[in-house]
Design a binder for this molecule. Sequence first.
Ligand SMILES: *[C@@H]1O[C@H](CO)[C@@H](O)[C@H](O)[C@H]1NC(C)=O
Ligand SMILES: *[C@@H]1O[C@H](CO)[C@@H](O)[C@H](O)[C@H]1NC(C)=O
Ligand SMILES: *[C@@H]1O[C@H](CO)[C@@H](O)[C@H](O)[C@H]1NC(C)=O
Length: 974
Amino acid sequence: MTARQTVMLLMVVVVLSLPGLIHCFQPLFSFDGNSTTHRDITQRAVLRKTAEVCRDIAASEGRDFSLTIDDSLSADMVQRACSSTGTFTSLLSSVLFRTAIANMYFSNAKVDVVYALSEEHHFDDETFQGGRDVITAGVSAVKASVKLENFVAGRWTLGRVCHTLQDFYSHSNWVELGNKAPYSTLIRPDQPLENLAGPSTPTCRNCTGGNCADNLLPDLLQQGLLTSGYFNIFSSAKPAGKCSHGGSFDKTSKRDPVGGISKDDVGSSHGSLHHKAADLAVNATMELLEDIRVAVGDENFLRLMGLSQSSVLCFVIDTTGSMSDDIAEAKRVSFEIIDSKRGTQQEPSAYILVPFNDPGFGPLIMTTDADVFKDSINMLSANGGGDVPELCLSGLQLALTAAPPSSEIFIFTDAPAKDAHLKSTITALIESTKSVVTFMLTDVLASRRRRRSAQGGISRAMSQSDAQLYRDLARASGGQAIEVTKSDLSVATSVIEDSSASAVVTVFQVVRNPGIPDNFTFTVDGSLRNMTAYITGASSLTFSLTSPTGVSQSSSQSSGPLASLTTAGNLRRLSLDTDNQTGSWQISVNSNSPYSVKVTGQSSVNFIYNLVEAHEGAHGDFSLKEGRPLSGGNASLLVSVTGSDTVKVTEVTLFDSSGPTEVNGSLQSMGSGNFLVTFSGVPPGDFVVRLKGEDSSSTSRSAPSSFQRQASTQIKTSSISVTSQANNTNVEPGSTVSVPFTVTTSTNGVVNDSATGTFTVRANNDRSYASTSPSTVTIATGGGGAANGTVTLTVPSTAASGTDVTLTIEAENAADTDVNYAVLRFSVAAKVTDVTRPVCQEVSTSTSCPSSSSLCASSQWEFIANLTDGINGTGIESITVRQGNGTLNTSTVAGAEGENITVATYSASCCSQNVELAVVDKVGNVGTCVGQARESTTSAPVTTAALNTTSTGGPTLSISRCLWISVAVSLLWK
Ligand SMILES: *[C@@H]1O[C@H](CO)[C@@H](O)[C@H](O)[C@H]1NC(C)=O
Ligand SMILES: *[C@@H]1O[C@H](CO)[C@@H](O)[C@H](O)[C@H]1NC(C)=O
Ligand SMILES: *[C@@H]1O[C@H](CO)[C@@H](O)[C@H](O)[C@H]1NC(C)=O
């Protein structure tokens, strides 16, 4: 690194902690109480567009849809409206939808951290072409991800793209030019960016006395020229006469012409236009979502938005010789779930299957098609083996990175893991994705004894210490390590069926290791249904259960007044009868061996949370924090409560599930069930988030009912911090990304800049892509307490666009007692050169429809069009009828220049006189064809038709032609 680079890097580090750096709509929170944030804009657009899609689907199925679509929508309202199929009776939860929306707004907010100084990511400095390139390349990447059903990766990219699009409305003069509609050209790479103020065209004059209301030059406004503000925190240099962004940290705004034009919040230079800009940004975001919707189809669009009632069904299965019984059981239980839920809202939203053995693991099969999953699991066969340990964690790693956040993953194995070195990587991924990992371990030995198997070879059976790795991972994730004989497995798999129910919530969970007799209480509220308690532990464990009215049941009663009990291996499953028994329940466990207790139920009332970190400053804002919080330091959570508008949160704590420590958070309401929760001085340890509150909706009693919920995933603290910055998360096939990272240590939550030490570094990616990493980094004396390194990752040239790859970078201290990590997600995105949309040429239309609607049923009309992606296009991938209930037939012919032409023939009853076709090419460029059969007003078949070529909703570029044809057809080209 040269001295200049070092200086630059230091400046960047300083800058990242500087107040006021954030120079866009506030990312997550508005502390002036009246400004709209990127989070608000993204959420409004997602909720409105999702509701529109549900409305259109309802209309096409002839169902009612009564929800009013405006900015007052909540995720719960949209989820409910989208779920009302009439036959729906089970509980609804908006947790998955809220989680998906949160992923989008966190990724949106992160642009201010990762791309803080990049003008094109914010449309600063008149970089319109650069900004549009960021948007259109990102949109292509989203479409490629969705095509591979990589919805998680698609959401991350989408959030990022939305940031840049939204910033345009704050940073440019689009609003000041009087525009009332979004600038569609920003999402249309095939259209020219016109009317830009030239590089030497002055755009602003001095603000007068701090008032910038009138600082745009009248000439600019008269000519309708587009400009944006210059922004720099280091230098005041800007081209002569140009506008600045404005604000205390923008040095360019101190120089003639002084002042700025940003509309980031109500206090900005053009703050009076803030709400107008934010509203337009919402509509622009919706327009971008609509483009993606048409390209990927309604069903995949709703999946991308995370609008799902059901979680994924995810199995990681050992396929070595001794596993045939286990495979048969995995098959039985998954088929039962599929067959009983198919076509209902509880049908799993996707299916994931990862086989592993030795030496192989994978490939991962991820599908939304139950039959593909059935075929895949049918094809699993147990063979080979003999060599004991298997690549269990490698298989689990694939599942963890592919499954949506908060999924439950079930692992079937009877062998120790050969790849135990991945333990910390797996733990990092569990913490980062909040996935729950439950192990179905068959034939674990009670001692280290190895026994001979029936075939005479060494049995694969696991020792207790082998099983401990699995127990540790289960515990970190809030899952269970269930140890059963092969013959009892079918009883234990009821936990899989339990977890596939809708709206499952965790009420209480605790682990005691070492085991010690203890009493636990938990609150049952009126919204809970089908409560189940799981107790795992040694066979000598006994327990008793006591209801709020003092009724008791002991572990010797398999069927008693409070619960029915089944036992399989180390698992006791209690199906609780809690009807009309709200209040405080107690479980007393008597065991001196390690044990765990978990209590779940079904309820709409639940919460999601994410660790966030503050960027100090005048406004102050937050972004998602990856990795573990610092021991002894402060931690902040963004908590969102779902399910009821009548829920009041009274307490959020970090609860040490293995000890007595409980850290109370201070709550700050952010509206709509969102809370910023701050914990100060979090001691070293493993914590889970526990939330308590009151719900006044669920019962008819006058007193509100108390409730509690607990998160599954443990939050561990660390004294190490690993921060990394990747400057591009979309990677082209065949290219190598360099990821610089920094390791520091802290004392009581504060970076110790006189620390020294050497740290083991591990970099792992889930695709087994080539990667380099230093094996250690050292904080040297006088090194300012930080050590730097670089990890590289090379994406093979054969990698398909839309493939995602997750890289974890871990640093562990020399004593192997403390580890922290950074998790980075990349999407493979080949450069898209085909930016033109498929075109449509109307060929002919036959028959005119009778003018009397009573006669329409007896007549048909037909519409034929040639569709092509041109000679240089990637080719048409799909043609769908978006409006009209006729039939579409297609055939392909060669055009005059050798291009493929798809001949679309649409015929419909004259009672349905409109057709709209969406024509999508292989990279997701969308053309829309609209035809309409008008009724003849005279008996003569003389009518008009118009063919327009316009951008969808775009204000520019409209070519109209009039054609005389024999039938009334109006063809609108979008
Ligand atoms: C917020 O801004 C709007 C529009 O500028 C204004 O009408 C309203 O009174 C403001 N509310 C508060 C609480 O400042
Ligand atoms: C604009 O303001 C700056 C700083 O106050 C001043 O130096 C400059 O002369 C002003 N320019 C004009 C054209 O008034
Ligand atoms: C945004 O779109 C909605 C619905 O199409 C419209 O009613 C509203 O006026 C638009 N808002 C702006 C600021 O253009």
